[in-house]
Design a protein. Structure first.
Length: 223
């Protein structure tokens, strides 16, 4: 009588019961292009808004995927934020700074003109003039520019005060202009002085001009 002996059954876990191996680490891949663009554009003031847009896109893409470039995007947003802050400060300071004559009136105001210049028209609303060469037909020729008293303060002296002062100064300038000659009989004097709005924009001079009773002047006034 024979007896067979079977090998003992394994007592450890079977192949089917073994845990699955961990997945291989995910490769981060290339650096996010939007992140790179955000950082580069952040150093150019004219492209700050693009830098902000690209930085936000980069953050939204790198967060779920783990792609590289998140730090670059954050740096780009920080630099762009600094630029925006500086621009806001500059705009705020510029809004409170008093404007010069040339800035306030674009260089076309009668108060920004020069002695010896001529013009054809004058806009009472803006104080702008149309300058022309004095050897062409023109309406007025500037022969005097006189700084008005009180020009170092912001308090408006008043229309009647400036009108009287400007006329007195321009009459004195006219006497000096024709100190050795007699003025033409058809020549008249005209005076321009600032209103309150112009005064607050630092236009604080009287402008003295010659005009003709018989129509346009055709040549510079000689003396």
């Amino acid at each position: 009588m024979s007896e067979s002996v079977l090998p003992p059954k394994p007592t450890g876990p079977s192949y089917q019961d073994a845990p699955l191996p961990p997945p291989p680490p995910r490769a981060a891949g290339k650096t996010n292009g939007f992140a790179i663009a955000s950082l580069v554009l952040a150093f150019l003031p004219i492209s700050v808004l693009l830098s902000v847009i690209f930085g936000v896109l980069a953050l939204s893409q790198t967060r779920p995927t783990g792609q590289r470039g998140r730090g670059l995007a954050i740096a780009g947003l920080c630099v762009s934020g600094a630029w925006l802050l500086l621009i806001a400060i500059a705009v705020a300071i510029g809004g409170f700074a008093p404007a010069s004559d040339d800035v306030a009136v674009g260089g076309d105001s009668v108060f920004a003109a020069q002695k010896g210049q001529c013009f054809t028209t004058y806009d009472e609303l803006t104080s702008n003039i149309a300058k022309v060469p004095c050897d062409e037909p023109h309406h007025s020729e500037i022969y005097g520019l006189v700084a008005l008293p009180g020009g170092d303060t912001d308090a408006y002296p008043g229309d009647s005060t400036l009108s009287a002062q400007a006329r007195d100064y321009c009459e004195a300038e006219q006497r000096n202009f024709f100190a050795t000659t007699t003025p033409p009989s058809d020549l008249v004097m005209a005076v321009y002085y600032p209103d309150e709005g112009s005064w607050q924009h630092r236009r604080r001079s009287a402008v003295c001009t010659f005009e003709s009773e018989n129509g346009a002047l055709t040549a510079p006034v000689v003396h």
